[in-house]
Design a protein around this ligand. Structure first.
Ligand SMILES: [Fe+2]
Length: 161
């Protein structure tokens, strides 16, 4: 555990430590997902290039916003905030982005898998934070989860005919 700063917030040090550790894991995961979404944004090719290119950038901006909220919640609770890229590389649960793939529908499927995985992990985190008695972090995860689900809808709507 990195040093936990004291605060007037009346959650126990154990809860604050558990929650900030979880938040930082997610901050790291979102670093990976953000980079992968940017790789999709830069490399996608196909007849609907501009629509995909812009959609992926919009999703990437949502990920950065969510990441910032989670890191700042960790700092708010007295924890350290964020993760080094070396730790992101070691700890991310996402598969590596295959740089050889550029075709639009294949890129959409790669993003579906990754966004879907993270959306489901964050949904689980809502319950964890609530069980630990931190309603505010549960609410933050809920907000992040709702946006991820919506972004996943935007991705998956391209797959159904
Ligand atoms: Fe761009």
């Amino acid at each position: 555990m990195v040093q936990l700063y004291s605060t007037t917030i009346n959650l126990s040090p154990t809860v604050r430590d558990n929650v900030s550790t979880l938040l930082n894991q997610r901050v790291g995961l979102f670093t990976d997902l953000f980079v992968q979404t940017k790789l999709a944004h830069w490399n996608v090719r196909g007849p609907h290039f501009i629509a995909y290119h812009e959609l992926f950038d919009s999703i990437a901006s949502h990920l950065l916003n969510a990441q910032d909220m989670m890191a700042e919640r960790a700092a708010t609770l007295g924890g350290s905030a964020g993760m080094t890229v070396q730790d992101v590389s070691e700890k991310s649960t996402l598969p590596a982005w295959p740089m050889t793939i550029r075709q639009d529908t294949q890129i959409i499927r790669l993003l579906q898998e990754r966004l879907g995985q993270v959306a489901n992990e964050i949904r689980h985190d809502i319950e964890k934070a609530a069980e630990w008695g931190d309603a505010d972090t549960a609410d933050l995860f809920t907000e992040v989860s709702r946006q991820l689900d919506k972004d996943l809808w935007f991705i998956e709507a391209h797959l159904d005919v």
